[in-house]
Design a protein around this ligand. Structure first.
Ligand SMILES: [Zn+2]
Length: 162
């Protein structure tokens, strides 16, 4: 089951289905052709959706494993929103609730919450089992993105507009 997101067109209210592959692209409504912006906020997803997005997305994906009862997880919310806004079109921020998706704890070796994992081309390239302020997340992801071999030589490749 592939992840897809429903975007309601603000012009004609058509519901457009956007696959994981195009979450960071500028899209257009299938009916009226009104353009809409790439995803610019963290997406709350379950494990199946998270793994589908990681597999299909063409940009880096930062995943925050969070627990709803965890104060540090809640406190990370504003930082993650800011990060998702800055990365719009270049990368994705996903939030996975570890209580609702307990299997991720073992699969991704989550030892505390929030825990961050960065994926590129479907591969886990970095993981930190501790809270990181936004500035640190950016510092931490940019060099790794460069090391991971970005053809555009930029930490967050901007996709060609479709
Ligand atoms: Zn429309």
């Amino acid at each position: 089951m592939h992840f897809s997101r429903i975007h309601t067109c603000l012009n004609c209210f058509t519901k457009n289905r956007i696959s994981a592959r195009y979450l960071t692209a500028t899209g257009q409504c299938a009916i009226c052709k009104t353009r809409f912006a790439p995803v610019s906020q963290p997406l709350d997803v379950d494990q199946a959706s998270f793994e589908s997005i990681v597999r299909l997305a063409r940009v880096p994906v930062l995943v925050a494993f969070r627990a709803s009862w965890c104060a540090k997880s809640r406190n990370a919310g504003s930082e993650l929103r800011q990060l998702a806004f800055e990365m719009a079109g270049y990368g994705l921020v996903l939030c996975v609730d570890t209580d609702a998706n307990p299997d991720v704890i073992g699969t991704y070796n989550v030892r505390s919450t929030p825990s961050y994992a960065l994926f590129r081309h479907g591969q886990l390239v970095l993981q930190r089992n501790r809270f990181l302020p936004r500035a640190d997340v950016l510092r931490w992801t940019e060099p790794s993105a460069a090391r991971a071999g970005n053809p555009l030589d930029s930490p967050w490749p901007r996709l060609a507009l479709s």
